[in-house]
Design a protein around this ligand. Structure first.
Ligand code: ATP
Ligand code: MG
Length: 285
């Protein structure tokens, strides 16, 4: 049975579970155990700390895993990165006390400094590639308090909004590593496991494709159809259906949310009326 390791609790847990539910995988969270079988898919869920997921997937204990790319990079164990998942976005950055910012001219500032971090491997790689020698103080939590506590001069830590840095009097000066949640696979995945992975990927693709799409339908004067089709390329081409009222038709299409309001404005200019915009659940191409 193929195992999928996800974070048991923490920042990635909810969104990992939501993605799996979105693609039709039933998870019984009410009596969640460390290991539980999915009733409607050939998958066994393994709930772990995120730190352990790369190793478990690498050695094949779990065939698949959902974890931050930052953990995969830090642990350095060989796994296949199958796909980015579009959530858990963050970055690993170097941050220094705000008072030091006026004198900051670039990464050479870190020469000889003490840097607190939970990501020593990624930091070491960055320092080496910039020819900088610094002391790395490994701390497993609350890295942002290290400078104020006198443990280090500066930090290398996860940043998303930057709010934590600001409230600790720190300023982000170098963005080193961009991360988001990824689906990883064991390099030794069996043939059967690969088939299950393929089905999972197919479902994830159609769910993510639909995420920022809207279904749009409207009544349109027949004479404007040609122009409207140019505005709405759709999956293949828009659906046009006649209305009982002569000279009018109903036009249906799918548009990206980012372009939605611009298209609506153009369609209204062509005489579109009664425009309905609906969410799209899945798109299978
Ligand atoms: P665990 O108990 O599983 O070891 P943790 O405390 O190490 O949990 P979380 O804080 O739950 O980890 O973060 C999990 C992952 O979420 C991070 O490794 C990172 O990929 C991602 N993430 C996204 N935004 C943030 C953020 N603002 N702070 C921390 N992690 C973030
Ligand atoms: Mg962790």
């Amino acid at each position: 049975m193929l195992r999928l390791a996800v974070q048991a609790k923490g920042r990635l847990h909810e969104e990992s579970a939501a993605l799996l539910r979105e693609i039709g995988i039933k998870l019984d969270e009410s009596k969640r155990q460390f290991l539980s079988k999915v009733p409607n898919f050939p998958l066994e869920m393994l709930y772990m700390r995120d730190d352990d997921i790369p190793q478990l997937v690498s050695d094949g204990t779990a065939g698949l895993g959902i974890v931050g790319l930052n953990e995969v990079e830090e642990k350095g164990c060989p796994v296949d990165i199958v796909r980015k998942l579009g959530f858990g976005g963050c970055r690993l950055s170097l941050a220094i006390p705000k008072a030091e910012v006026p004198g900051y001219e670039g990464p050479s500032w870190f020469e000889g400094k003490r840097i607190a971090t939970s990501y020593p491997k990624i930091l070491r790689k960055y320092l080496e590639s910039n020819g900088i020698h610094a002391d790395i103080e490994v701390i497993t939590g609350s890295v942002e308090i290290a400078p104020a506590a006198g443990i280090a001069d500066c930090i290398f830590d996860i940043v998303s909004s930057g709010g934590t840095l600001i409230s600790n009097g720190l300023a982000e000066v170098e963005r080193v590593f961009e991360s988001e949640a990824v689906l990883i696979a064991s390099p030794s995945l069996s043939e059967e496991g690969r088939n299950v992975l393929e089905e999972l990927l197919f479902r994830i693709e159609s769910a993510t494709r639909s995420r920022e799409k809207k279904y749009i339908l409207m009544n349109l004067p027949q004479a404007s159809v040609e122009e409207a089709v140019k505005i709405l390329p759709s999956l293949r081409s828009p659906t046009v259906m006649p209305l009982a009222a002569e000279g009018w038709c109903s036009l249906h299409s799918v548009v990206s949310e980012s372009e939605l309001w611009d298209k609506v404005r153009q369609l209204k200019a062509l005489g579109a009326e009664g425009i309905l915009i609906l969410n799209v659940d899945k798109i299978i191409e």
